[in-house]
Design a protein around this ligand. Structure first.
Ligand code: 4NP
Length: 163
């Protein structure tokens, strides 16, 4: 029997060193804990190019590790054209990421970027950028992203009837 095609998810923020690697780490762990690795692929990227090749911000690595998410091995990359056809879901951290993704999207593109917080019941649309903030801002990123990833997985698996 053919194995099902993996559902692929790209987390996107501006620099790919704070929010989107955290979101990648959270979703990867949820997927692992539910033994769904054969069904879900997760990656992350930034709309900007300043941090290409860099590790996540140390504050993001440490706050994530405290909650059991290992993101130390990740390296930043920029969004590329192929992402718009490769990934089934492109989940952006904020509205400016969405605007930039829409600006960059190739004419033939299947995947419409969505706000990650669209998956939870909140007035808040954006995962606030913690880069110029403090430790509490990274905790807020984790709180929001954990809740959104849990709901995202539930929604995707009920839609695709894979679980
Ligand atoms: P991120 O945070 O988009 O969550 O990775 C930022 C990282 C770097 C910069 C801005 C935001 N920067 O201006 O270099």
């Amino acid at each position: 029997m053919l194995s099902p095609k993996k559902i692929s998810v790209l987390m996107v923020c501006l620099g790919n060193i704070c929010r989107s690697p955290v979101a990648q780490g959270v979703l990867v762990k949820l997927v692992k804990d539910q033994e769904l690795e054969h069904l879900v692929e997760v990656d992350s990227a930034g709309t900007g190019d300043w941090h290409i090749g860099s590790k996540p911000d140390l504050r993001a690595i440490q706050a994530s590790a405290q909650r059991g998410y290992d993101i130390d091995h990740l390296r930043a990359r920029q969004v590329k054209d192929i992402d718009f056809s490769h990934f089934d879901y492109i989940l952006a951290m904020d509205q400016s990421n969405i605007r930039e993704l829409e600006r960059r999207a190739p004419a033939e593109c299947n995947t419409v970027p969505q706000l990650i917080l669209g998956y939870i019941q909140t007035e808040q649309k954006d995962v606030p950028d913690p880069y110029y903030g403090g430790a509490e801002d990274f905790e807020l990123v984790l709180d929001l992203v954990e809740e959104a990833c849990i709901e995202f997985l539930k929604r995707v698996f009920s839609k695709n009837r894979l679980s």
